[in-house]
Unconditional design. Sequence first.
Length: 423
Amino acid sequence: MQEEKFKELLEKYLNGNCNSSEIAWLENAYQHWQEQDRTNLSDDELEAAQLLIWKTVQQKTADDTLPKNITLAEENQNHKFIDLKWKYIAAVAMLICICAVSLFLYLNKEQEAVSNYILSQNTILPGSNRATLTLADGRVLDLSKDQTGIIIGDTDIRYTDGSSIPLSSLSAPGESTSVHSPQKELTLTTPIGGQYHIVLSDGTKVWLNAASTLKYPSRFQGAERKIELIGEAYFEVEKRKQLDTESKFIVLSGDQEVCVLGTNFNINAYTEEKRITTTLLEGKVQVRLKDGRTVEHGDKTRAKVTNQPETITLTPGEQSVLTNDSQKFSVHMIDPESAVDWKNGEFVFRESLETAMRRIARWYGIEVVYESSAPKDLMLGGWVSRENNLSEVLKVIESTGKVHFKIYESREGIKERRVIVSK
């Protein structure tokens, strides 16, 4: 549509200077507007046109009343005036419709543009290999984004491809760069939208999910190998003997500790989840409260909750859940692969929308805002690759037909990465 011509004729019409052909053009433009279902007029211009037309209608019709005592000739003349007046009003009303419909379409398109952004744009990318390594003295090293993980060696720390990490750049002149003499505590931290892999000094492999922290010693000494986790990690624990006895591997996370000898398991201990889940894939693990108190063990295979010893033993396929408020364990069978979907590069949704959106937010680094209509308790089922852009992931969830998303991202110097959730 020729917007400039429309603006020119609209102003001309409001001044009463439009001829019949120009009015016909405006009418045709209205039809074209309906067919194209779009306009490039700004919302300010459309609102101004509406106000001008309404003002003109009020001015032209306010004093147009017929006197009661008129002659036949005057009556005939006024009939013509009435016809002209109502033709004018009808034309003006038509233009009001043009502007009203156009303003609606414009604003609606603005709204749809944000929604369609999910389907067409690919600017919010998934997370990647990002982490920092904190040394015992507090100095922090940004690890390479081109690497997948690090290995704690006998005398140094290197990347999984064998390349060295320049710890010397973090050391003061004359200071030893060794992380092993004496034993030191190190911290591996992944940010929101980051993940990393580490091989500990005993050969245990740990995959750290986004927004997680792993504290561990530079080397293990004694009968126990103890580390601390905040967030989520998958473990493949290496069996190890210390003085001809099995060296226990202990993971502290929140109010619980997990004790293993050699096994594969996943721990989800994000504070915002208000619960800790431990899922066993292979071997055997023992789960207990950190202070060694007796806990209540709710097992779905039992008819009721019974008092159990302080330690719960999990077998493959079982998941323990410790809620922060009740301080009680429950154990149930699950598909263990769904607990390590993140490690396999996937989102497997078998949870509420709100829980799923927390996982998505940690991986894509977004803020999630819920409108009052949002179905937070909507249960999801399905899967999608974590390597997809955010829009593709939300598109899969939107396919349920029960939830809608709008994406807002940084623009014109404003930093924001928000997703609005509604019904």
